[in-house]
Write a protein that binds this ligand. Structure first.
Ligand code: PLP
Length: 396
């Protein structure tokens, strides 16, 4: 029984501006249905269904036994910052030093800290819509103006650079890019990135480049705005271990940015978390230095699944889906079903036993779409397709 409260809860006004990630709410709803005896296929949560590679788990356990159980430096252990600097220098083709790296618990804090550190109340932040919901939530939370840039299906879920040009003004402080992209699986090509860089020109605007899925690319190569000459000083690169090494629960990510900004982001770490867990960071060093075959295996498995799942979706009446080029999501257009995204997602959960997310969980421009995660077995994905097919036939 909830305890009766004597005092009214008086929240700070800013709490009314804080959004959330619907995936966790849908998961809770699905679990409640399971407790009632329903069978649900979970395609709502965005995390690899693989175990963390054994060498990484062993390194973490070993670190615990060796006493890596204390506070560490707020910006991260020097050895890990060095390893990240080396990895980013090699993969993005720029010279990055350890003092430009801040290690944080997961990729998310870099979103929070960057917006907190750079955007004042009257400032504008441009972000992809549909997009990872935390961008919009955090922009609103700090009281800045959230300026969505629409991702367009007919441009393979890229955006129109002329539209970006029209949105940039003197109040623009930050532009958020995300490639490979959640929820659409779209990937910005080298040409896209160059066009974006050209539109930004020499303006003093920072770019938060969320590259958390950088190693999960099926077509083409990952290209970062960090690699564009003149952009290193104006880019905050967000990457991490959650998706690449199936380490979502370890909470380990990082930002790469000019060292003066790194000092301020580190102060935010000192104020909020003190530091990222030390043994987790030791495991992160092993992840970067050790055998990378698990990353490749996971990628190939996601590729097989995306192909099977997207082909199956395209056979279902009312669904049409582009082949995602990266990450592990399918984002079908469902306008021809005649239902709104939210209504369809709710109905599929309750009547078909398939948990997915409404496109509107990722912003207003997600209307007309659903997001399915293919981080589930081929067998379950095939059962989900059968259920969707049967449901659409029943619903006719
Ligand atoms: C685009 C994007 N950025 C950042 C994150 C956050 O990752 P982490 O779990 O490492 O905080 C996610 C997680 O789903 C994501 O999809």
């Amino acid at each position: 029984m909830p305890q009766a409260t004597q005092y009214e809860l008086r929240l700070a006004v800013r709490m009314s501006r804080l959004g959330t990630e619907t995936a966790f709410e849908v998961l809770n709803k699905a679990r409640a249905l399971e407790r009632q005896g329903k069978n649900i296929i979970h395609l709502e949560i965005g995390e690899p269904d693989f175990d963390t590679p054994k060498n990484v788990v062993d390194a973490g356990v070993d670190a615990l036994r060796k006493g890596w159980t204390h506070y560490g430096p707020s910006a991260g252990l020097p050895e890990l910052r060095q390893a990240i600097a080396k990895e980013v220098s090699a993969s993005r083709g720029v010279e990055v030093s350890a003092d430009e790296v801040v290690v944080v618990p997961g990729g998310k804090p870099i979103i929070f800290f960057s917006i907190l550190a750079l955007a004042d109340a009257a400032d504008e932040v441009i972000y992809p819509n549909p997009g990872f919901p935390i961008y919009e939530s955090m922009i609103h939370y700090v009281g800045a103006k959230a300026v969505p840039i629409r991702l367009r299906e007919d441009k393979d879920f890229s955006f129109d650079v002329d539209e970006l040009a029209s949105l940039i003004n003197d109040r623009t402080r930050l532009i958020i890019l995300n490639s490979p992209h959640n929820p659409t699986g779209g990937v910005l090509s080298k040409q896209d990135i160059r066009d974006i860089a050209e539109v930004i020109g020499d303006r003093n605007v920072m770019v938060l480049s969320d590259e958390i899925y950088s190693r999960l690319i099926f077509e083409g190569e990952h290209y970062s705005i960090l690699s564009v000459p003149g952009f290193q000083e104006r880019t905050i690169l967000l990457d991490g271990f959650s998706k690449t090494y199936a380490m979502t629960g370890w909470r380990l990510g990082y930002g790469v940015m000019r060292s003066d900004l790194a000092t301020h982001i580190t102060r935010l770490m000192t104020n909020s978390n003190s530091c990222t867990a030390s043994f987790t960071q030791i495991a992160g060093i092993e992840a970067l230095h050790g055998d990378q075959s698990s990353v490749e295996n996971m990628k190939h498995e996601f590729q097989r699944r995306r192909e099977a799942f997207v082909a199956g979706l395209n056979k279902i009446k009312g669904f049409s889906c582009r082949m995602p080029k990266g990450a592990f999501y399918a984002f079908p257009n469902i306008t021809k079903t005649g239902l709104s995204s939210k209504k369809l997602a709710d109905t599929l959960l309750e009547d078909a036993g398939v948990a997915c997310l409404s496109g509107t969980s990722f912003g207003d421009f997600g209307e007309g779409y659903l997001r399915f995660s293919v981080a589930n077995s081929l067998e379950n994905l095939s059962t989900a397709l059968d259920r969707l097919d049967q449901w659409t036939k029943r619903a006719r």
